[in-house]
Design a protein around this ligand. Structure first.
Ligand code: LLP
Length: 405
């Protein structure tokens, strides 16, 4: 993203031109940035390692197809996400399925599609899989997602590896799981998995989790060695230029160095692939006191109200910073509906802004709260804008509320 003649542009396309065509609020993605992040993973992994994009971060079919075309697989967490990646003909041998609440229907669907791995999160889930494979007289490939009891330093809502967390199998239940697996030859234990959270800046947490897993692998009493270790996602991205984060290259190399070469790796990145590739463009509707009310709100992008996340917001027409502070707020009837309370640009009604690092958990967490219609998604590719999701219409929105007399 750069200013050209004082106008903000992305990969050669001016945001003002995107606004003329698709209005605001709208999500805009850079194909180049997605490809460059994918490449940073690809050139640093071994040939048998796998990168499974975490679909929850962004699930637009066009983006999934682009990612699949680069040879990546997918990490899904629901029947819906599994359906989306099957819809774009993703390679089933590159799909892993995590999640603490998989239903019998979800598991049956995954087993029938013979995906690479169901990452099992509890003893009860394993028992259910065991029942399904017996009933269907088939087999399932699984990994055990363990809870490594590591509380990483991130927002409490983004932390998933501590002993109090609902995620993963507790160490104390592992031997019971192993007994089931050993007694049933149509459950193939292919690997172990962990995911300690999102937005993790300090590699020492990953290192502790990997060492915990390697210890567990040594202790496992198994008929054959495991094929892979799935290290989850969670690598932090830069929301601001001076944020200190590990690059994808450094991260992958450090992980690879810790894990013996006979164990393949699976990475499940979400944010580090699409986070910095996406922007939310919005228009200032009203200015009162020091408050700028914009036309995007928490229904479009909930990260700030939910996690106190800070995103870099830039004016589309270049401006020098003001010494006054402004609040950038959304139109929704909630006091938490704001994007920034320290915004340094004095904008006017009608001016456009771009909210950076919005490619992950932006649109995918959007809702219709306040009966607001979901924004469109636009992909910038070869200096062209491609509408990859149209703006929701009122008819789309009410179409499921059937039976009104
Ligand atoms: N694998 C598993 C099992 C996960 O649960 C997640 C994210 C990922 C991979 C991808 O993590 P990432 O590389 O994107 O950090 N809505 C929050 C993030 C929630 C993450 C949930 N799980 C946010 O906006 O920060």
């Amino acid at each position: 993203m750069e200013y050209k003649n004082n106008r903000l542009s992305l990969d050669g396309v001016f945001f003002e031109d995107i606004c003329s065509k698709h209005s605001t609020p709208s999500y805009i993605y850079s194909r180049n940035e997605i490809l460059s992040n994918i490449n940073s993973y690809k050139i640093n992994i071994d040939s048998d390692d796998l990168v499974c994009f975490s679909v929850k971060s962004s699930n637009n079919l066009h983006i999934l197809k682009l990612i699949s075309s680069q040879g990546l697989g997918f990490d899904v967490v629901s029947g819906g996400e599994l359906n989306k990646v099957l819809y774009i003909n993703a390679d089933t041998n590159k799909i892993v399925f995590s999640g603490v609440g998989k239903t019998e229907q979800d598991l049956t669907y995954a087993i029938k599609n013979n995906i690479k791995s169901i990452n099992v999160e509890s003893l009860s889930e394993l028992k259910l899989i065991s029942k399904i494979v017996q009933e269907l007289d088939t087999s399932a490939n699984i990994a055990l997602r363990l809870n490594p009891e590591i509380k990483s330093k991130t927002h409490p809502y983004l932390e998933t590896g501590s002993s109090e967390s609902k995620f993963g199998i507790a160490k104390s239940e592992l031997h019971k799981c192993m007994r089931i697996i050993k007694n049933q030859n149509n459950i193939n234990l292919k690997g172990l998995a962990f995911h300690i959270g999102s937005e993790i800046k300090d590699f020492s947490y990953f290192k502790r989790a990997i060492n915990f897993m390697l210890d567990q692998i040594k202790l496992l009493d198994m008929n054959k060695p495991i094929e892979f270790l799935d290290v989850g996602g969670g690598l932090a991205i830069k929301y601001f230029d001076n944020d200190k984060t590990l690059s994808i290259e450094e991260f992958v190399k450090k992980v690879r160095m810790l894990v013996p070469n006979d164990i393949n790796l699976i990475f499940e990145p979400g944010k580090s692939i699409v986070g910095n590739a996406g922007y939310l463009m919005s228009k200032v509707l009203y200015k009162k006191k020091n408050i700028l009310i914009i036309d995007a709100g928490m229904s479009d992008h909930i990260r700030t109200p939910l996690y106190g996340a800070k995103h870099n917001i830039l004016p589309v027409r270049k401006k020098s910073k003001s010494k006054n502070k402004f609040t950038v707020a959304g139109p929704i009837c909630e006091s938490a509906d704001y994007f920034d309370k320290n915004f340094r640009y004095s904008l006017d009604e009608g001016d456009l802004v771009v909210i950076g690092s919005s490619g992950a958990y932006g649109f995918s967490m959007s809702s219709n709260y306040n009966a607001r219609l979901k924004p469109p998604e636009v992909l910038i590719s070869n200096k062209q804008m491609r509408l990859i999701r149209k703006r929701e219409t009122f008819d789309d929105y009410i179409s499921e509320e059937t039976g009104l007399e």
